[in-house]
Design a protein around this ligand. Structure first.
Ligand SMILES: Cc1cc2nc3c(=O)[nH]c(=O)nc-3n(C[C@H](O)[C@H](O)[C@H](O)COP(=O)(O)OP(=O)(O)OC[C@H]3O[C@@H](n4cnc5c(N)ncnc54)[C@H](O)[C@@H]3O)c2cc1C
Length: 384
């Protein structure tokens, strides 16, 4: 067992760090509070080879590993937390599902513009009545000639996206679920009034009113759900990596602050009450990082193991939020202002404890691994 990064990984990490410092660091504060989605960053990342890191070169990717993408998230987030969102969208989740299941024609029309940094993709899965109970989703895809008519409502996706990977129901049960690609501007598809998460990021309801989806825009038909959920495991690695990186960003800032800020004639780092906070923070960050790296490294070039990903997401979500929150405390009134990004990181890391599979759902899933049996979350069926 070797806990050190390889020479190639260190070189890649150094290159991403240099890019992030040069291109992203100076505007990090403004970017975090901007109302605009940072599309310019996507272009810069495409030029630097940071989109599609894990995708095959034949598909326009870099042919790297999930671990490379995790390193990229970490290095970008340490310089500019908000820019790490672009690494997430360009490497984990929907983009990997696309690369894995799209036809060559779909890759050209949907995947290629994302990899060029020209378009943004969002997942439209959650519905008003189907959150954690994803498989209750009701957005219907009804056959119409060789294509489908899609009707339903989705909530919480990024409304700035150009294309949406929409989970739909072709028929009853889990096996009736699949997905289609729908572009912004398609007739019958309306993006509702944008609202804000606590993080400041926008979301909006999506309304599909008898939207025609041609056969060439169907990504996965009936039975596609389980395949897509496997892709969601990769999304969770990205989610975990961002949580942890945001926690580390705050830790670094608070550490520097504790070394220089003086009260009672002494540097803050000389107070034992704060030293112990830093010791606890470091243990949380390092433990979470090991679990994250285990999940990423053990993942093959396809999709990672569900239980390792679940554990990594749980631990990184908690560690990221708790460390960011403690760092804010260490920085006192300044930490609570918007003069630094610590309060931003607290708000962002809080969201990832809900998004992409909540902490509670991760624990439910883990319990099934521990006891090697399924625990249905649904009420028991009444005897007839
Ligand atoms: C920042 C952010 C970004 C998001 N981005 C997207 C996106 O891009 N696309 C998209 O489709 N969705 C997105 N979502 C939605 C997200 O996937 C859902 O919020 C999540 O699945 C939880 O669903 P819900 O909000 O309906 O909560 P509910 O499912 O109603 O759950 C409410 C609470 O009950 C708990 N709970 C529910 N069931 C159980 C159970 N069986 N056991 C124990 N506890 C349970 C949950 O953990 C939660 O704490 C985003 C959410 C957030 C916060």
């Amino acid at each position: 067992m070797d806990f050190a990064l390889s020479a190639e990984q260190v070189a890649f990490q150094d290159a991403v760090r240099a890019f992030a410092k040069r291109e992203l660091e100076a505007d990090a504060l403004a970017r975090a509070h901007s109302e605009e989605f940072p599309r310019d960053v996507a272009k810069k990342m495409a030029a630097a080879g940071l989109l599609g890191i894990t995708l095959p070169e034949a598909d326009g990717g870099q042919g790297g590993t999930l671990m490379d993408a995790v390193l990229a998230i970490e290095e970008v987030a340490l310089a500019c937390p908000r820019s790490a969102d672009l690494i997430q969208e360009g490497n984990f989740g929907a983009i990997r599902v696309l690369a894995r299941f799209a036809t060559e024609d779909q890759k050209k029309r949907f995947l290629a513009p994302i990899l060029r940094g020209e378009e943004i993709i969002a997942v439209a899965m959650t519905e008003p009545e189907a959150g954690s109970a994803t498989t209750d989703l009701a957005t219907a895809a009804i056959p119409d000639g060789t294509g489908y008519r899609v009707s339903g409502t989705k909530v919480f996706p990024n409304p700035h996206a150009d294309q949406f990977l929409v989970y739909v129901r072709y028929g009853p049960g889990v096996d009736g679920i699949g997905s289609v690609m729908i572009r912004r501007g398609t007739s019958g598809f309306t993006i509702g009034k944008p609202a804000k998460f606590m993080s400041g990021a926008h979301w909006a309801p999506l309304y599909f009113d008898n939207v025609y989806v041609p056969p060439e825009d169907v990504l996965l038909g009936s039975g596609g759900f389980r395949k897509q959920m496997a892709g969601f495991n990769a999304e969770r690695i990205g989610n975990a990596a961002r949580s942890l990186a945001f926690g580390r960003y705050c830790f670094n800032l608070a550490r520097d602050y504790a070394l220089t800020r003086k009260q009672f004639g002494r540097a803050l780092c000389e107070f034992q009450g704060l030293q112990w906070k830093f010791a606890d923070m470091k243990v949380k960050l390092d433990a979470a990082q090991l679990l994250l790296y285990r999940a990423a490294v053990n993942a093959d070039r396809g999709f990672p193991a569900a239980d390792e990903t679940t554990i990594a997401k749980l631990m990184c979500n908690q560690a990221g939020f708790e460390v960011a929150n403690e760092a804010l405390q260490v920085m006192g009134g300044l930490g609570y202002t918007q003069e630094t990004l610590v309060e931003y990181c607290v708000r962002r890391t809080r969201g990832w404890m809900i998004a992409g599979g909540s902490i509670e759902m991760m624990k439910n899933r883990l319990a099934e691994t521990i006891f090697e049996r399924r625990f249905s979350q649904r009420p028991p069926r009444r005897a007839q």
